[in-house]
Every structure is written in structure tokens, then in C-alpha cells.
Design a protein around this ligand. Structure first.
Ligand code: 6CS
Ligand code: FE
Length: 320
């Protein structure tokens, strides 16, 4: 460590350096994508595992049925009503309007979404892909309201979680569950296949309290045009068009983003990030103070219990 700038350098080595004085470039990924090696007892078909490994994402349609989705949609509307004036920091509004963009920590503040996050149809797949006990690193509702819902510019989540949260390895994944239809027009999630195989180094020095602006509009942790062009040249772009009740699973380093929504129809999704217990957060690699617990869980973490499908019954209770 450099004695003259003790807070600038973390004490641990950095396999995925980004920001600071670094120039934009693509580095090779040095972590596995699928951590389990046995496929006989996998909760996915062999071709689905191959697809996730190759593309960095998998879309599973019709996972939640109509009745389940009605309950989740009602809860989403209820949270919106209850928390529209919330000042805890957990509710993020769109820039320049009072429309709600995101509500964080829904797996703890809503029993309904806690159940969704722990649903074995999801956690079985997550545990298989990460081959470890898992906990929720971040959860949120992304409302993308009609008319004024703004875009999420291209980014790799891992870049932010590594630099700003101190997540050491690419052993985490995101699950986006569609609560409304995500169609061609209302700003569906767009993913760049195969982009997870490279780490896109980003330029710029992370400002203090970056989260206060990045959750409305991200400006650091954004890849440059050249890196994005190379990734799209190789893999193209896939828009995840889905009916409500579908599950989009994507690797923590898959490049993704979404356009704004000027249609009258909200594009609302629940979003859960699962991290391997063995990949718990260290100190942030940018040398800044850690982000709040409601954005990235550092202390308040527990492995998710294994439950029987659709019953919530624990099969293998774990100490909390
Ligand atoms: O800050 C986060 O944790 C997530 N949100 C944004 C807008 N970008 C990085 C990451 O996906
Ligand atoms: Fe993201």
C-alpha cells in the first residue's frame, strides 16, 4: 500500500481493476460462469446450462402463473402507494419528476417479495449455477413508469459491485422477474450475448456518494463507445420481450441496459441479486466508504433457506 494515499488503495489485490487512472479496455474474465460441474441433478436442461454459459443469460418464460402474478402486481402497486413520499433513501425517483423509479430492499420490507426471492423455482437454479449457499446482495422493484420512465444506460453490474461495494469475484447473478409485459416499445431489458466473458474497464474517478446520482442516471462505471461497439459486434443485442411472470437470469458481468419508456404502459420488474456466501463483500476497491446496506448487503446477510416448491416449507433449515 502506498503510505502517501492510505485510503486510495485497498489492502487486497484487484483482479478486475476499473476507474481511477485506467483507460477503457476489455480484459478477459478469470472466473467461471457456471460453478457446478455435475449436470445430472441440475434444475436446468443441459442446453439451458450451455446457453447460460455461452450467452451470459437465460430467459425462462411462464414461471409464475396468472394468480401468482396478480398477487405480485397488487403488492407492487401497494408499495408504490405506501412509499411514494418515503425519505429513507430506499425509494428512488426519476430525475426531474416525482415518479418512482426504484424501491430497494423489497426482500426485507415486503413479505410477498421475500417469498418471491426465496422461491425454490428460482433459488434452485441460482444455487446450481453458483454452486454455493447464496444470499441476497440487492433487491429492488424497477417501475419504469409509462411516459416518463428513463433508461438504464449500458453497464455491467459487477463493475459497480466490485468497485463500489468490494465484491471480489464474478460469483453472483441477477434475476429479473417481469411484473408487467416487457414488449418492443416500453423499454425491455437488452442484453449483449457473450459480453460476460470480458471485463470492460471503465474510465473516471468514482465521486463520493456516487449512489445518490447513479441510481437515477449512471455516469461512472459506464463502458466507453469502443468497448461497447466491440462487444455488440461480437454478440449482438437481445431484447428480453416477455409476458408477466417470466424470469430473466443473467450473470453479474453481462452487459445490459434498457431504453426509456414513452408508452403509456409501465415496464415493471422485480430484481434480485444473489451472491455466493463465499463471495461476501470486502472493502470497496475504489477506496470510498461502502454504499448503504439497503443497496448492497454487507452485514445483514444470511444464506437463503432451501424450500419445497410453492410451499415455503424449509427442507433443510439453516441457522440465521
Ligand atoms: O448500483 C447498482 O448496484 C446497480 N444499478 C445501476 C444503475 N448500475 C449498476 C448496478 O446495476
Ligand atoms: Fe444493472
Amino acid at each position: 500500500m502506498n503510505a502517501q494515499s492510505p485510503s486510495a488503495e485497498p489492502a487486497h489485490s484487484d483482479r478486475y481493476p476499473s476507474r481511477g487512472a485506467l483507460k477503457a479496455q476489455l480484459l478477459p474474465r478469470v472466473d467461471p460462469v457456471v460453478y457446478s460441474t455435475r449436470s445430472e441433478d441440475a434444475p436446468l436442461l443441459p442446453e439451458q446450462i450451455e446457453q447460460y454459459e455461452r450467452d451470459g443469460f437465460l430467459i425462462l418464460e411462464d414461471i409464475f402463473d396468472r394468480a401468482e402474478m396478480i398477487a405480485y402486481q397488487e403488492e407492487m402497486e401497494e408499495l408504490l402507494k405506501q412509499r411514494v413520499a418515503d425519505e429513507t433513501g430506499e425509494v428512488i425517483t426519476e430525475q426531474g419528476s416525482r415518479d418512482v423509479r426504484s424501491i430497494f430492499r423489497i426482500h426485507e420490507t415486503s413479505g410477498v417479495f421475500r417469498e418471491m426471492a426465496a422461491d425454490s423455482r428460482i433459488t434452485g437454479v441460482v444455487r446450481y449455477l453458483l454452486n454455493d449457499e447464496v444470499y441476497i446482495h440487492q433487491s429492488r422493484l424497477n417501475y419504469k413508469p409509462g411516459f416518463r420512465g428513463k433508461e438504464f444506460y449500458w453497464h455491467s453490474d459487477f463493475e459497480t459491485w466490485h468497485v463500489e461495494d468490494g465484491m471480489p469475484a464474478m460469483r453472483a447473478l441477477s434475476v429479473s422477474i417481469t411484473l408487467t409485459a416487457n414488449d418492443d416499445n416500453n423499454g425491455p431489458l437488452m442484453l449483449i450475448p457473450e459480453s460476460h466473458k470480458n471485463f470492460a474497464v471503465c474510465e473516471g474517478v468514482t465521486p463520493e456518494n456516487h449512489f445518490q446520482i447513479s441510481l437515477k442516471k449512471q455516469q461512472y462505471g459506464v463502458p466507453d463507445d469502443q468497448c461497447l461497439s466491440e462487444l455488440v459486434e461480437r454478440g449482438g443485442i437481445v431484447a428480453a420481450r416477455c409476458e408477466p411472470g417470466s424470469v430473466i437470469i443473467f450473470d453479474c458481468n453481462t452487459m445490459h441496459g434498457s431504453n426509456s419508456n414513452i408508452t403509456p404502459h409501465p415496464r415493471s420488474n422485480a430484481f434480485f441479486v444473489y451472491n455466493a456466501m463465499s463471495n461476501r463483500l470486502q472493502s470497496p476497491f475504489c477506496g470510498r466508504a461502502p454504499r448503504p446496506e439497503y443497496i448492497s448487503a454487507r452485514e445483514n446477510i444470511a444464506p437463503l433457506a432451501v424450500t419445497a416448491p410453492n410451499t415455503g416449507t424449509e427442507l433443510n433449515p439453516v441457522a440465521k
